[in-house]
Design a protein around this ligand. Sequence first.
Ligand code: 48F
Length: 257
Amino acid sequence: MIERKVSQGIISTYFNKLERNLDLDVAIVGGGPSGIVAAYYLAKAGLKVAQFDRKLSPGGGMWGGAMMFNQIVVQEEALDIIKEFEINHELYNENLYVMDSVESTAALLYKAVHAGATIFNCYSVEDVIFKNDIVSGVVVNWTPVLREGMHVDPLNIMAKCVVDGTGHDSEICRTVARKNGIRLATETGDVIGERSLDVIAGEEEVVNGTKEIYPGLYVCGMAASAVSGTPRMGPIFGGMLLSGKKVAELIIESLKR
Ligand code: 48F
């Protein structure tokens, strides 16, 4: 019966996909633009990478442009990345380009998956795995389970590196610091919290703050700004793309060693 085969096809391939991703090189938490760009470059380098986003539609804050005007701005410095993802762009003013936010988000996701990354939507990462004081994986649960407050235990996914790409809330860094009495690689040893908007400083600092924040744990995108206490920058996305590429490069270098 075709009805049964439809169900069987979904169930058997889904669980096969999940099982193949129980041991990763890199687990990326959050499917915002910085995390997706990271997933693309990591997969392109041949690493086994999976990305987890709690929402039905990964893409984070990129879909909506600004105030739901679905255009975004990117500066010259990130032009190579836009070209790599084959996103249509229009020079608007000096070194600023505008792009359709829906096309841009869809292009990032499409290219990341085609490079070999696996994206799991509707998954919330609620904790990390610690082994010998190194972050060594993620603890995942269905988003609806957590939203309903159901007492259901999660699953464990091992990873050589974990990336916190959870955006403004920097959830993974906060959880790691709060639960384990450890110091993160910030001025205070804790998550400092993002500062008010300043485009130039924000764009520069988000890339500077992209780093290994604790052994095994990297941070990118707005999570990097929030952790290091640097300004937000609003709907200009060059820093997010550059941060995603930088975190991928740091991890590729570290895993090579
Ligand atoms: O915030 P978000 O878009 O991440 P980003 O890559 O980009 C920031 C920009 O969109 C924008 C900005 C740029 O100028 O200021 O805000 O830093 O996306 C973060 C994603 O992480 C998911 C969340 O659903 C969103 O799609 N997320 C957050 N916490 C978790 C999570 C979690 N614990 N588990 C799974 N997904």
